[in-house]
Design a protein around this ligand. Structure first.
Ligand code: IPE
Ligand code: IPE
Ligand code: MG
Length: 225
């Protein structure tokens, strides 16, 4: 039976959710942050899920208006400060992937502190993809391997990626679009894909549970017959 060890989610649709309600886009991001807590708690309590990787900010999202980018940076800082008790209570280890060098020193410090304080939690690893691009991660990994004089192959490559998370089992995208948007290009090679029209602020643990149930019934062949 398929095991949903690593679930990755493209959390899309925050802006549309807010606009549909006559609110500013940033209100959708605020509500979306609460959904992150609900889904993380569900996964921490799920016996199978070990890694939950969430796409929070892509290398392309800097193209958005400065006010929205600035709001997202502040929201992230505030959110990490406020979520620490949830991480500790639910046994969640916090991890990040992406190029953090573009973030403010304060935010980098907050991220480092949250990682350090949660490093021994072992029920779930929650990974936030921040200033993350699949291509960027692969190029940086190749550079690191070159600098170390290592000859890359498919087995040793993961060690040069931003974190050792293993292959993605389920890749979910909310918000109705059916594309990858530069997420986890290496690790999603054989992921089962799930697309839902539900906007991220409306996504629930119940819908995730239905997807996991559907995943159980899929035949994963990995190229074999
Ligand atoms: C996803 O929601 C969150 C981020 C990219 C930060 P969007 O902000 O892309 O919402 P839509 O797709 O415009 O509705
Ligand atoms: C993908 O959503 C990135 C995140 C969810 C962080 P986008 O809204 O940025 O993706 P596109 O532009 O629709 O492909
Ligand atoms: Mg979007």
């Amino acid at each position: 039976m398929n095991r949903a060890r690593h679930i990755a989610i493209i959390m899309d649709g925050n802006g549309r959710w807010a606009v549909q309600r006559g609110m500013q886009r940033i209100r959708g991001h605020e509500r979306g942050a609460e959904v992150v807590r609900e889904i993380t708690t569900y996964c921490a309590q799920h016996p199978e899920v070990e890694v939950l990787t969430l796409y929070a900010f892509s290398t392309e999202n800097w193209k958005r208006p400065k006010v929205e980018v600035d709001f997202l940076m502040r929201l992230l800082d505030r959110w990490l400060a406020q979520e620490l008790p949830t991480y500790q209570r639910e046994g969640v280890r916090f991890e990040v992937i992406g190029d953090l060098s573009k973030f403010s020193p304060q935010l980098q410090e907050r991220i480092a502190m949250t990682r350090e304080k949660t490093q021994h939690n072992d029920r779930l690893t929650q990974v936030l993809a921040l200033n993350y691009g699949g291509r960027d991660e692969i190029v940086r990994a190749c550079r690191k391997a070159c600098q170390a004089g290592v000859e890359l192959d498919e087995t040793n490559f993961e060690a040069f990626l931003d974190a050792n998370l293993g292959d993605v089992d389920m890749l979910i995208r909310t918000g109705g679009e059916q594309r990858i948007s530069n997420f986890l290009l290496w690790r999603a090679a054989y992921a089962e894909l799930f697309f839902t029209k539900t906007l991220w602020p409306d996504f629930t643990p119940e819908e995730l549970a239905q997807m996991i149930a559907a995943f159980k019934g899929r035949e994963r062949r990995f190229g074999a017959i």
